[in-house]
Write a protein that binds this ligand. Sequence first.
Ligand SMILES: CC(C)(COP(=O)([O-])OP(=O)([O-])OC[C@H]1O[C@@H](n2cnc3c(N)ncnc32)[C@H](O)[C@@H]1OP(=O)([O-])[O-])[C@@H](O)C(=O)NCCC(=O)NCCSC(=O)C[C@@](C)(O)CC(=O)[O-]
Length: 442
Amino acid sequence: MSFGIEAATYYVPSLYLEIKDLAEKRGIEPAKLEKGLGLHKMGFPDVHEDAATFAAEALLKLIKDYKINPKKISRIYLGTESAIDAAKPTASYAMQMVEKVLEAEFGERCFKNCDVVDMTFACIGAVDALHNSLDFVRVNPEKKAVVIASDYAKYELASSGEYTQGGGAVALLVSAKPDLIEIENNWGVATESVFDFFKPRRHFKKEDLKNATESVPDKIEIFTDEPVFDGQYSNQCYQDRIREAYQHYEEVSGKTKPSENWKYLIFHLPYAFHGKRVFTEIYSLENGLPYSNAEEQKAVAKSENYIEFINNKIEKTQRASSEIGNMYTASIFMALLSGLQTSFNENEELAGEEIGFLGYGSGSKSKVFAGKVSENWKNVVAKWDLFENLTNRLAIDFDTYEKLHRKQLEHSVNPDYNGFGLQSVELENPVLKGARYYGYKG
Ligand SMILES: CC(C)(COP(=O)([O-])OP(=O)([O-])OC[C@H]1O[C@@H](n2cnc3c(N)ncnc32)[C@H](O)[C@@H]1OP(=O)([O-])[O-])[C@@H](O)C(=O)NCCC(=O)NCCSC(=O)C[C@@](C)(O)CC(=O)[O-]
């Protein structure tokens, strides 16, 4: 019996900012962002969008496009690091939004017996959800699970992370009928606790707060959606963890030089060119090339053989990232969609090809695993129209972007949007303070 991904889909935020507009306003050479990091556009959520609406959009699209009976979904595991609540899972908001839309066809509470939860480990939370859900269907082959990766990658304005923002969601149907890709049960894992990128409770004193009333305690702790991070250190942690997980994958699978057999290498992409920049180390180790200083590392990156390796195995998987930016947990799955969609558009046959995955989450952990493209893969990909849909987003100017980022806008930039949207947040009723209410415009 084989297990893996039966169907997949995605949702990207409805707005975007041209990266060259950001570069110009911040005094950065556009070529650094476009040619150095591979960035073109940055997906950005409208006022009514957040990680819960992204997840709901992807879940509803998965159910509709692949004609899934929602009552047959045994679990919905959501990987996210942009949770909208520290106790009530974002998955429960997404599930409820979708339930309401499906009510006419499937009756009230179609997810009544569905196991719903969030999983958080920075960008690797959705890989953990997939790993876990594969184990679940292996034990229960008659059941189906949905994995959703949903995030809004937000950094402080004018910080060095600002140009790596983005967002969106990918939803996967996991089952014993892997029409898209069969995932083998060998997992290379590497974990080390580090502070490369994290979202701690930020500490404030009462006197730091404007208009603080009597009832505000002297010291408060709040979560913000902007991380504390050290960019170059995070690159190093990523490189170290994927090397360790890759070596562990070789041990557990008994394979040597697995990347040689992989048609595509699918990375967690914080920005489009990250995978190809960091894989030079593993490539050098595999090919016996010197790699002990910056000069040797540059020589590997610029070598004809490595450039050919990238062009064959990585370039197509980067294309969607260049148009969206970092999607945190969803980035690795969007890289998969990007590679498969490009092959589909170019009439390339992938059935039977092996694909390798290199996931990373700050904090830090990497998982390396592999899968085989199924005979039916084209039927799944035929529903995506990924690159066409990316051209249907609305461009925003820099001023609007800054206002959205600072949460200074009350109304949606696109008031005619279709789909899920935040309608209100309860601010008065003490037993519901902070509750978020969503609606759907069909
Ligand atoms: C991503 C960084 C670190 C980039 O940091 P940076 O300092 O802006 O850029 P850089 O110096 O690392 O790279 C710039 C590249 O552009 C090139 N360049 C320069 N000028 C030009 C030019 N004129 N024409 C052409 N190319 C040019 C330059 O040569 C270089 O390429 P290289 O040669 O090294 O390959 C920063 O934006 C950042 O800190 N971002 C946020 C954190 C991050 O994304 N870290 C990535 C690894 S950690 C991770 O992936 C996890 C994460 C972040 O997703 C979170 C999670 O797990 O939840």
